[in-house]
Write a protein that binds this ligand. Structure first.
Ligand code: NAD
Length: 475
């Protein structure tokens, strides 16, 4: 430490102001602790709010409007082709982000949480050096590392500002609507942002190295979405890799190599969406006892505590599902443990949602995982073609699925594909979390006609009989 440099003592230093970091900070402040959040960005919200979940959902809402307007012709209401004013679209998206980030900054202030813009580096297990701030050092009682993750580029490839090869951040900036867009990676980002550009008018192709798109979800659940992608995208290449990629002035030349052999194609833009890597390098963690595994994830126990008792870590940087709500849950655990409460990560189910059209959501055990684990489960599926509500919404292609222990009937997993699947998965998560039996779900009265009714009917079907479908034996 250099003499004369400013040092401040804080109870908890939270490094990273994304959903995990701000949830941890706010919970700690509510528990009466003295908290500072340090982030390189000037405002709270992290990738999720500024360059991820929120802007993408604003754009996906607009894509849904376009798709609905197009589909309504068949239902007797004909709209003309949409006129897309990109400037206004960007303004809408930015308005949403600004409103939410203003709210977060206000909440931080009202709670007395100090927000400092700087890059934080550990000097030892009690001290952080702040780069880029007037304040040079922090002596902390506890630290919570919530530094998140960033997009993986392909080997030898970098995302150049203004370049034709873009990451999700670039795609969300919506510089233009490219004529032909290649999406590399058929996971969450690839399908969500690919769908946005397809709705806006791009000819979208997707290349995925695995045998199928969105391989995290059970195949039967993914099927209606994969079918729709097949209809709305120009091409879907599975079991395929990008063998070569050359960015020229006018386009990008891409060599695809896979099940269909080797082809060379030209695209106006290429979106790389092949996953994210944790932000654990360059943090000075080597000056502490914190253990980082060979993939860069910080090792923590079920209390989010690292090998250095005063340092906790949460969110994408500790691995597992790289989802904002999982980070927020972990952040609150860390804050409570530091406050002396008997908290630990004991959530049974973390919901996953893909906000496409149709949307896809699942929680708890998947059928694929159950098979891999050799676990005896029973499954029931309720097709939305038998749901009055789904038909009134012209959404008959959906499916609601329940998975339960074969012997006890305890609910272990839930899956939904169809309109608003993400809004409905909460019931499944709650059932799993409460240790509900399938019978409990079946005996819960669901409003008629609603999409959530399919969650009650699938449970009834599991038990042998439901009103709107013949029992399996008679079908
Ligand atoms: P992902 O892991 O969901 O998907 C990446 C896909 O790319 C995988 O299917 C993988 O097999 C494929 N892939 C990897 N390398 C490839 C290659 N060289 N060529 C072709 N395919 C390749 O990752 P993502 O879509 O980049 O999203 C990153 C993270 O962000 C996810 O882990 C997710 O948790 C999070 N996210 C969540 C949401 C949501 O909750 N709705 C939305 C966007 C992102």
């Amino acid at each position: 430490m250099v003499m004369g440099e400013m040092t401040q003592e804080v109870g908890i230093a939270v490094i990273g102001g994304g959903p995990g970091g701000y949830a941890a900070a706010f919970r700690a402040a509510d528990l009466g602790l003295d908290v500072m959040v340090i982030d390189e960005a000037p405002r709270l919200g992290g990738v999720c709010l500024h360059r991820g979940c929120i802007p993408s959902k604003a754009l996906l809402h607009l894509s849904q409007l376009i798709n609905d307007a197009k589909a309504s012709g068949e239902l007797g209401i004909v709209f003309g082709a949409p006129t897309i004013d990109l400037e206004k679209v960007r303004a809408f998206k930015n308005r949403v982000v600004d409103r939410l980030s203003d709210g977060l900054m206000r909440l931080a202030k009202q709670r007395g949480v100090q927000v400092v813009q700087a890059r934080a580096v550990f000097e030892d297990s009690r001290t952080l050096r702040l780069q880029g701030a007037d304040l040079a050092h922090i002596k902390f009682g506890h630290a919570i590392v919530a530094t998140g993750s960033s997009e993986i580029a392909l080997p030898g490839l970098t995302f150049r500002p203004g370049g034709r090869v873009i990451s999700s951040t670039g795609a969300l900036e919506l510089a233009d609507v490219p004529g032909r867009l290649l999406v590399i990676g058929g996971g969450y980002v690839g399908l969500e942002l690919g769908s946005v550009y397809a709705a806006l008018g791009s000819q979208v192709s997707v290349v995925e190295m695995l045998p199928r798109l969105i391989a995290q979800a059970d195949e039967d659940l993914a099927r209606p979405l994969v079918r729709r992608i097949g209809e709305t995208f120009e091409a879907v290449y599975t079991r395929t890799k990008v063998a070569d990629l050359t960015e020229g002035d006018a386009d990008v030349e891409v060599t695809l190599e896979g099940a269909m052999g080797r082809t060379v194609e030209r695209f106006d833009r290429v979106l790389v969406a092949v996953g994210r890597r944790p932000h654990s390098r360059g943090l000075g963690l080597e000056h502490t006892k914190v253990v980082v595994d060979d993939r860069g994830f910080i090792q923590v126990d079920d209390r989010q505590q690292t090998a250095e008792p005063k340092i906790f870590a949460i969110g994408d940087v500790v691995g597992g599902m790289m989802l904002a709500h999982k980070a927020m849950y972990e952040g609150k655990i860390a804050a409570e443990v530091i406050a002396g409460q008997p908290a630990a990560f004991d959530a049974v189910a973390i919901p996953a949602v893909v906000y496409t059209d149709p949307s896809l959501a699942w929680a708890g055990l998947t059928e694929t995982d159950a098979q891999a684990q050799g676990r005896e489960v029973r499954v029931a599926r309720f097709p939305w073609s038998a749901s009055g509500r789904a038909l009134t919404m012209d959404a008959p292609e959906g499916l609601t699925k329940i998975l339960a222990d074969a012997e006890t009937g305890r609910v272990l997993g839930f899956g939904i594909v169809g309109r608003d699947a993400g809004e409905m998965i909460g019931e499944g998560v709650l059932a799993i979390e409460l240790g509900a039996l399938v019978e409990d779900v079946a005996l819960t009265i669901h409003a008629h006609p609603t999409l959530t009714e399919t969650e009650g009917e699938v449970a009834e079907l599991f038990l042998g009989s439901t009103t709107h479908l013949l029992p399996p034996k008679q079908r």
